[in-house]
Design a protein around this ligand. Structure first.
Ligand code: FES
Length: 106
């Protein structure tokens, strides 16, 4: 009997704490961080509380879904945005591990 598993997981490491959490590819960074209890949201992924779900992706950026025009427009309205910025509610996890830096705390 094979013990191979069809369940795929990845990890999200959160800086500055360095804590690592397992997550399921296909869910958003927001959902992964919400399940871990390290990030909350106010607009349920509606891209209206950008100051809360703005974070920096330090590693694994290419594993995430591409930034959409709408996300870029929302990011443009935030002070402190950089080339590593993403909205957690818009970035969908791939299979590669991701390291993010939180800019807000729950
Ligand atoms: S959850 Fe509100 S902007 Fe992302």
């Amino acid at each position: 009997m094979s013990e191979a598993s069809t369940t795929t997981t990845t990890t999200v490491t959160v800086m500055p704490s360095g804590q690592t959490y397992e997550a399921t590819p296909g869910i958003t960074l927001l959902e992964a961080l919400r399940r871990a209890g390290v990030l909350n949201h106010e607009c349920d992924g509606g891209a209206k509380c950008t100051d809360l779900c703005h974070l920096f992706v330090l590693e694994g950026r290419k594993s995430l879904s591409k930034t959409t025009r709408e996300e870029n427009e929302r990011l443009d309205a935030i002070v402190g945005v950089g080339s590593k910025s993403r909205l957690a509610c818009r970035a969908v996890l791939g299979e590669e591990p991701v390291t993010v830096e939180l800019l807000t705390f729950v």
